[in-house]
Ligand binder design. Structure first.
Ligand code: SF4
Length: 311
């Protein structure tokens, strides 16, 4: 009995720590990108997956202590996929007292009708979904649309674009929508997927499976996700370092002539960003930039560094 109580206490303690970390990450992203301003009405897109539930909870949490006033409305798009449990989200949202709207549109039927059997349905499906969400944001008078993509989604997108698209392009934490009318924000941009996963399990959110449409998952994204997970296991800190790199771009040391004016470099030009050290031996920090220990590895962070090798 006593043992059970101490396990529960430890679980609660870890959950509080995790929640604090997620709050801190979300708060930092909001501040860094000026995601939320006084009077904003934010449409929180809720798919029923772990990310969107976590985003909603953390935003509600921050709402209570934020220096600005803003309101939230959760929106779910019921795409009429077979087996979609319609009652789950309304029940949950009513139980926590959040304003919400369920939009019903049979995009599943349209996609099935238009795309031949065996072909990938995701691009038409997402286009339809995006249009409906933009329209809904306008109807609800929302000033921002919040999506639940996290740090790992952003990194995966960067690698997808590099490996398959020949572009160094990720997924921005804040952007103008492609119709030029809405500001889209990603408050979880600094949050690690594994933190979200653990938080969602502890919170016991009523998760709705994401494969109801029967479409195959994007294999290329899957491959990248596996690669990143493998790196994370073998080289703790690498993911954090790569994400820090995305926030620390040096255009003068890449090769995009549209981003940096290489043509006007001449004798007498100033030295930009340290000039060229290519002939020197690089000295890299032993501690990967941005690395933080997992909550469960309460052991001092340094212990995991002994498996790091700089070659
Ligand atoms: S997985 Fe299914 S629901 Fe998701 S975008 Fe693709 S077709 Fe649409």
């Amino acid at each position: 009995m006593q043992e059970n109580q101490s396990v529960n206490k430890k679980e609660q303690y870890n959950l509080n720590k995790l929640q604090k970390r997620l709050r801190r990450n979300v708060g930092e992203a909001i501040a860094d990108f000026n995601m939320i301003e006084e009077g904003d009405r934010i449409m929180v897109c809720l798919s029923g997956g772990k990310d969107s539930y976590t985003m909603l909870e953390i935003l509600r949490n921050l709402q209570q202590s934020a220096p600005v006033n803003f309101s939230l409305i959760a929106v779910n798009l019921d795409q009429k996929q077979p087996g979609f449990p319609e009652h789950v989200l309304p029940q949950y949202l009513e139980s926590i007292g959040v304003e919400y709207k369920i939009v019903e549109e049979n995009t599943y039927g349209i996609v099935k009708d238009k795309i031949p059997e065996g072909k990938t349905t995701c691009s038409l499906c997402s286009r339809l979904r995006r249009g409906i969400l933009y329209r809904t944001a306008t109807e609800l008078g929302c000033t921002k649309i919040a999506l639940g993509h996290h740090r790992d989604d952003i990194l995966q997108t960067l690698f997808l674009n590099m490996f398959y698209g020949g572009k160094m392009k990720g997924m921005p934490p804040k952007l103008m929508s492609d119709d030029g009318k809405h500001i889209v924000i990603r408050p979880l941009a600094y949050c690690r997927e594994k933190d979200i996963e653990r938080f969602a399990i502890a919170r016991q959110y009523p998760i709705i499976p994401c494969n109801l449409c029967g479409s195959q998952p994007n294999l290329q994204r899957q491959v990248i996700a596996d690669m990143l997970r493998d790196w994370d296991k073998r080289y703790p800190g690498r993911i954090e370092t790569m994400f820090s790199a995305m926030r620390n771009v040096v255009p003068s040391h890449l090769a995009d002539a549209a981003l940096f004016d290489f043509k006007s470099i001449q004798h007498g030009s100033e030295v930009v960003d340290g000039g060229d050290l290519a002939f020197d031996r690089e000295s890299l920090p032993l501690q990967p930039a941005g690395w933080q220990p997992d909550e469960e590895d309460d052991a001092p962070g340094g212990q995991r560094l002994d498996i790091l090798e700089l070659k």
